[in-house]
Design a protein around this ligand. Structure first.
Ligand code: SF4
Ligand code: SF4
Length: 438
């Protein structure tokens, strides 16, 4: 592939100061999922920081080959959690990805795939229009036929990966509108805004419904501005800077006049991005400050409930003991440092026994749209994650991120194994309403 730029351009290149903080100790390597699967130093955090430095110093070329190693990063931020020197790899890769998008050419098929992804997934209204076609595709047997023949795998492993991730489409999700304000039950304790997400609202609307019920049952008035769009997670993670900034501004404006105490999100990846608006809008003098104020109000639903406390009674959700394994989403665990709260909430439900998997902090391979862009590495990680989850003997998996849920269900399916998977907030909702799941 032709090289256009030899070095990073002058618009926010990876900071030399942040690069110099790395002492090359290598502690981060064993926790890096891309290094675990690919096994090359260049696909590790240390290797990528070394490459950024070499490009900054003019000792390596910023080209298609070096860019591949940046593309292979899942952005899981495990290295940030592990690094004893406090290296801000998150900021380094966040600066590098837009450089790749701006300066490195991609093949025609890659351009097609990325155009499709970035013009579809962050736009729930566009995605909604396709739901009836997806439903038909699944229900007339076309999807099973195509998967049986394996034609998509031959044509494009990326499209085959997208197809295998598609969850069972429910046409009831065509109408996913909620009232703009939903009253608290009993005495009002807080007025909270709620971000609906894109994939969440169309493919996991039961999670949003459960979130509303749990919040209102615990004394929260819930405000859902109908003008809200995508939180910008998907374009931000992939270096689509301008698209991410536009979406962040729109989200801030949607909540500007709502007068809420907190802004609640139930998807880990979205939550992490909502808390990063100040950085995403760094170059915008007006919205940078608004972004900082917005992010200060954002809380993951589990973080929020643990902080304010439940006022509801919880009943058992099965007639027997239920063994659950909680799957840490990277953007909760590493991105937001939230690991205890989901576990504490689950353990409050009578009859639940919580198990811990091996390699709990290792990415499942979902990583936004990584599993569509880099399907081979993602598949290997998905298999490892599912093996470790199932080895616990759990009867149910709890996961707080729609991307992880899709990846885990797909990976279980490909192994011919299937146990139920729920968001912790769905289980809490059952426990509040006294609903049994078996
Ligand atoms: S990023 Fe941190 S853990 Fe990794 S090599 Fe550099 S200093 Fe060590
Ligand atoms: S973000 Fe994840 S995949 Fe990327 S270098 Fe860090 S640990 Fe590795």
């Amino acid at each position: 592939m032709q090289t256009i730029n030899q070095s990073f351009d002058q618009t926010n290149p990876p900071s030399q100061e942040l690069i110099d903080a790395c002492v090359h100790c290598g502690f981060c390597l064993s926790t890096c999922p891309s290094y675990r699967v690919i096994g090359k130093e260049m696909d590790s955090p240390r290797g990528r920081i070394y490459t950024m430095n070499a490009i900054n110093q003019g000792e390596a070329s910023f080209d298609a080959i070096t860019s591949q190693h940046f593309d292979s990063c899942l952005g899981c931020l495990a290295c940030v959690s592990t690094c004893p020197s406090g290296v801000r790899y998150d900021q380094l890769i966040a600066a590098t990805r837009p450089q790749v998008e701006r300066n490195q050419p991609r093949s025609l098929s890659e351009r097609f795939l990325r155009t499709l992804i970035f013009n579809l997934f962050p736009y729930p209204n566009r995605l909604r229009l396709l739901l009836p076609f997806f439903w038909l595709y699944q229900n007339v047997g076309l999807q099973s036929l195509i998967q049986k023949i394996g034609i998509l795998k031959t044509l494009s492993p990326n499209l085959a990966a997208m197809d295998s991730l598609l969850p069972a489409v429910d046409l009831n999700h065509l109408n996913d509108s909620y009232p703009a304000i939903i009253a608290a039950q009993g005495e009002k304790r807080y007025r909270v805004g709620m971000v609906l997400g894109c994939v969440q609202r169309l493919f996991f609307s039961s999670v949003n419904e459960a979130t509303i019920r749990v919040l209102t049952a615990n004394g929260c008035e819930v405000v859902i501005p109908p003008s809200q769009g995508c939180c910008a997670a998907l374009p931000a993670h992939q270096g689509q800077e301008k698209q991410a900034q536009t979406m962040a501004r729109q989200m801030i404006d949607s909540f500007a006049q709502t007068g809420v105490d907190y802004i609640i999100i139930n998807a880990a990846g979205c939550g992490h991005t909502l808390k990063e608006y100040e950085h995403i809008l760094e170059s915008d003098p007006v919205y940078k400050e608004k972004g900082r104020e917005f992010s200060a109000q954002v809380r993951d639903i589990q973080e929020f409930l643990c902080a304010v406390g439940l006022t509801t009674e919880l009943s058992p959700i099965t007639d027997h003991q239920l063994t659950i394994v909680y799957q840490d989403a990277c953007h909760l665990l590493h991105g937001q440092k939230i690991s205890l709260q989901p576990r504490q909430l689950l353990e409050k439900i009578p009859g639940i026994v919580l198990k811990e998997p091996l390699d709990a902090a290792l990415c499942c391979g979902s990583a936004g749209v990584y599993n569509m862009l880099q399907p081979e590495t993602a598949q290997e990680l998905g298999q490892q994650k599912v093996d470790n989850l199932l080895k616990t003997g759990a009867q149910l998996i709890a996961s707080s991120n729609p991307g992880c849920s899709l990846q885990i269900v797909k990976s279980m399916r490909s192994k011919g194994q299937q146990i139920p998977l729920k968001h912790p907030i769905e289980l809490l909702d059952y426990a509040i309403r006294g609903v049994k799941i078996d």
